[in-house]
Design a protein around this ligand. Sequence first.
Ligand code: GDP
Ligand code: MG
Length: 182
Amino acid sequence: MTSVTISKGRPPDCKIVVLGNSGVGKSALIVRFLTNRFIWEYDPTLERTYKHQVQLDEEPILMEILDTAGQEETIQQEGNIRWADGFVLVYAINDRQSFEAAGTLKQHLDQVKKTNVQCMLVGNKVDLLHERRVTTNEGEALALELSCGFFETSASDGGEEISEVFHELLRDIKRRKSVETK
Ligand code: GDP
Ligand code: MG
């Protein structure tokens, strides 16, 4: 396999914003995706971007990921929403409120972007099965209603799903961009 190196100084091909209630595991998921490590405590007020290159379907893609902190503030930060090509909406399967918030958030994103935005709905913390408050079926049903992809993940246990979330979103964004430029 050949690997192509591209400069991380150039503008990203895909810009992704990760949103969801505080404490659902946004930072943990991103760090797991980028480093394959789990960090138990992560500064909950930290908002930062990461640049990361992936080899997707034999094409190098430079992505920029914005890890947000504080959903209410982010709603006001409409600039972030306009900046993004796609979104990862995270809730925790043991937190019903975070699930309901994810649905509301998607509607807000669509309004701001004036389109049906590309997004993945993610039910995180599936390792906490005994605390589950949102069923897989409910997650799937909401994703269908919101026209999102759907995954359940565990940032603490890891697994393929976490990479799949980002890779599938990148594929959706690429597809949308190629349709739009035609
Ligand atoms: P954020 O506020 O959405 O960025 O959430 P964090 O990534 O800071 O995670 C909040 C808390 O949930 C931390 O104590 C994490 O260790 C924990 N956490 C995150 N993901 C998981 C997971 O998949 N399983 C479990 N058991 N805990 C998690
Ligand atoms: Mg965080």
